[in-house]
Structures are given as C-alpha cells and as structure tokens.
Design a binder for this molecule. Structure first.
Ligand code: 5AD
Length: 367
C-alpha cells in the first residue's frame, strides 16, 4: 500500500511523481484525486472557465509524425476561415458569456499570416467590448513557433495568452516523433520568447507516445515547474490512421485502460506539483472515455474548450482519429458542456477571462 502522505511531502521528486503516475490501486487513485481537488479549491477555487475554440486554418508547415494535419498528409482539404467567420464565431462567444477564446491553427510564419492574425485579434478585441466584458474577450493564441518580433506583434494586437506544447520534454523522444528540421531547443526557446514578451504561457505534452515511460512523464512535470509555466493543455496521444507514427504499434508502453488512468493522474500530479496554474480538460480525453472531460475536471482541471469551428470545416481539422464533437452546433456544445461541468458539481464562470492565478500572483509579487 502506497503511503499517500509521501506524495504530500515529496511529490516534486522524479521518483515520487513517477510512482504516483503508475498507481493503479483504485482506492489510492481516488485519494490522489481528492488531494488534487483540495489543492485546486485552495489555489484556484471551484470555477470552470470556457475558452471557445476556433480552429481557423489547417495549413501547416510542420510535419509532426503524429498529427493528422501534418504538411505531408495529402488527404486533408486545406482551409482558411475568412475574417468574418472568425470574428462572428468570437462575437458569438462574447454574447454567450464565454469570456475567452482560443485561436488555433497549423503552423505558418508568413508575413501575410501574422498580419491576418493580428488584424483578427484587434478586431475581436475591439468589437467584443461590452458591459459584461469591459476589456473585450480574453484571447489565447495557439499558432506555433514564431519569431520574438512576431510574438511581440501578436501581443500588442491584444492577445494575452499563448499555448505551445512541448509534446515531450525528453529530447530523444521528441526526435522520434518529429522530423529533423523541428528542434526541441527551438521549441523551448519559443516558450522563453513568449514569457519575455509578456504572455501567460501554456504548454503541454501527450501521453502514451511510443517508448514513453512514467519517468519521462515525471520529468515533463518537473520541466513545467522549471519553466514556471502558467497553463497546461495535455492529452493522450491518439493514433491518426494516415500518419507515420501509427506504424510503431508494438512500442507503446502506456496504452489501453492505462491511458485513461495515466491521463487523469497526470492532471492530478500537475495540480499537486504546480498548484495554481490553469489546466484544461482537453477534447482528446473525451475520445478515450465518453466522460473523459468531466473526469479531467474532477482530477484537478479547471478549463474547458467548447468547439466553435464551423461544422463544415471540422472534418478537415482531425488531428487524431475519432475526434469527438464533429456535428454538434455551438449551441449544442454549450448546453452539453455546461451539463457535463454541472455533473461533477462544478460551475462555469461566465463573462470572466479566468486568467491563470499563477500568472496573477507573479505580477503581484513584482509590485
Ligand atoms: N493525438 C493527440 N494529440 C495530438 N495532437 C496532434 N496530433 C495528436 C494526436 N495524434 C496535439 C498536439 C498539438 C495539439 C495542437 O494537438 O499535442 O500540440
């Protein structure tokens, strides 16, 4: 029997985190869940915050071996939402009390692309101002690796949070899932650039990658801590049938039922170690379990991303197989998610940005 007190005292050591992640006694898992829940309440409160997710372009210059919209996947119909489509989706969010949006796309560093995103952010910020949202919508960007000058332009346009997943903090594993041209060091450097620019910075990893071990996942959490990140979006790796990674079938170490358990324990461990950051219960969780997102919330997550991408384009933004919520309208997503949040005794906080308490506290400590 694992002594739960150990986790409380020493959960920032690699071995202790790894042993927490490999826990499979249901009673112990439930104790860990409860501890993570308590730490969440103490540091962030019980509120759940929405970020309306607008996947506005699937064109991508990167060729990640796991991703369905990788550059080399010729089966994908490439699309770009128009400015009006993006702004309309964002304003729908503002009207429905979402408070924040995420603008996500494939990676593209062209001047035209950055200009377009800056214009979209400026327009959204200006047009979403209301009595409920005196500073307009909170805008998170998730558009990949960019130069420091471009990050600064995007920040000046009004975006204030940025998500860039490291995917794995293990250099060797990173190399096995990305082509040579995509470097681990550059990804880390981009996270540093984002911090210097002033963004609230989010990162994250996938779990269940070929060859990935509990020790590596424990190192991921220590990496988040070292990088002093503000937000996390993580999820299970799910095969996409037309990507090269699916061929390494026999190298998966964490899979099947273990994948859900590890997904939830990763959220709990991150909550226990990092305490006051925002953690998303991501859509990928719902792919491996019909109530995966709710379970994510009860293991310590506090952010959910309702789908806003127009239905016709969603089938062209399949990062992995069996991505859920393909047909639901935005109204259906809203109702379905608020019921899901309510089912675990939590409440959506409408008309709030829901910034990372960790980031806010850093700001306070500077004064
Ligand atoms: N399974 C799970 N997550 C994936 N992503 C990309 N492909 C997959 C997959 N096959 C995630 C990556 C990326 C984010 C936008 O989507 O972590 O950073």
């Amino acid at each position: 029997m694992v002594n739960i007190m150990n986790y409380e005292i020493k959960y920032d050591t690699r071995d202790n985190i790894a042993s927490l992640l490999s826990e499979n006694n249901p009673k112990q898992v439930e104790l860990i869940r409860k501890m993570a829940h308590d730490v969440l309440l103490e540091n962030c409160g019980s509120g759940v915050y929405y970020r309306g997710l607008i996947e506005f372009s699937n064109r991508c210059v990167s060729d990640c071996y796991y991703c369905g919209i990788r550059r080399s996947n010729a089966d994908v119909n490439r699309f770009d939402l128009t400015m009006d489509e993006i702004v309309d989706s964002a304003l729908w969010c503002a009207k429905n009390g979402y408070g924040s949006i995420v603008l996500q796309s494939g990676e593209n560093s062209s001047r035209d692309f950055i200009d377009f995103v800056c214009r979209a952010v400026e327009t959204i910020k200006k047009r979403s101002i209301s009595e409920e949202l005196p500073n307009g919508l909170g805008v998170t960007l998730c558009i990949g690796e960019q130069s420091e000058a471009d990050y600064a332009r995007l920040f000046a346009a009004g975006a204030h949070r940025y998500l860039l997943r490291i995917e794995t903090s293990n250099r060797e594993l990173f190399k096995t899932i990305h082509p040579e041209a995509q470097s681990f060091d550059n990804r880390v450097e981009c996270l540093r650039r984002l911090k210097r620019t002033g963004f609230q910075v989010g990162t994250g990893v996938m779990y269940g990658l070929p060859g990935q071990t509990y020790q590596m996942l424990a190192d991921d959490i220590l990496f988040f801590k070292d990088m002093d990140i503000d937000m996390l979006g993580m999820g299970p790796y799910i095969r996409h049938s037309s990507t090269p990674l699916k061929k390494n079938e026999n190298q998966f170490i964490i899979e099947g039922d273990d994948l859900l358990r590890v997904s939830l324990l990763m959220i709990a461990a991150c909550r226990l170690v990092l305490k006051d950051i925002n953690i998303a219960a991501t859509t990928a969780l719902q792919t491996i379990d019909p109530t995966g997102r709710e379970k994510g919330l009860s293991f310590g997550a506090n952010v959910v991303m309702p789908q806003l991408t127009p239905v016709d384009y969603r089938k062209s933004y399949l990062l992995y197989d069996n991505k859920p919520c393909q047909e639901d309208t935005k109204e259906e997503c809203k109702n379905c998610l608020s019921a899901r949040v309510g089912s675990v005794g939590r409440e959506v906080h409408y008309n709030e940005w829901g910034d990372s308490p960790h980031f806010k506290r850093k700001g306070e400590s500077k004064n």
